[in-house]
Design a protein. Sequence first.
Lengths: 108, 115
Amino acid sequence: KNEVEQSPQNLTAQEGEFITINCSYSVGISALHWLQQHPGGGIVSLFMLSSGKKKHGRLIATINIQEKHSSLHITASHPRDSAVYICAVTRTGNQFYFGTGTSLTVIP
Amino acid sequence: EPEVTQTPSHQVTQMGQEVILRCVPISNHLYFYWYRQILGQKVEFLVSFYNNEISEKSEIFDDQFSVERPDGSNFTLKIRSTKLEDSAMYFCASSEAGASYNEQFFGPGTRLTVL
């Protein structure tokens, strides 16, 4: 059983498009994290949020605690945004529960 | 900018051998983690470590696995007797505070291949 579900699994976009990746979770959480995994395998933390909305450059993350749902938006997408985007949640402790990731390809 | 480092980047071993994967977390961080990612699958939590002891572990982290902070800088994951299914990328991460309060910083990973 997956505590964290992401959609879509794969996404191809044209450069400049607005992109949305969705994450739904089925458990009570203390925080939700969005991570980016580069083609070489390295993982970078993009956002940690427990309510509301955060913005960093062209990336925006939102969370709706009541609906157990989060979205990651990328504005003006660029080929360098091509990566796997992973949603992960923490509950009361330090254990992460990971989604399966969304593979994004941005075509020039 | 401070970063988490891991060595080696790639380890090849024979089934049944012991391996030690090494990590140097960011120096002022207090929480340390190990994750694994089997090729083509999602990242999985193995263990978290705080104040020189395991704070949480997953069902994957059985008696074959152990973690240690042997000195003030290194954080190691030992697999006692490797199995073929231990082949995966292993990521170390660290954070200033617990995972519910702080982002984590990930190392570049160690690719473990068990033959």
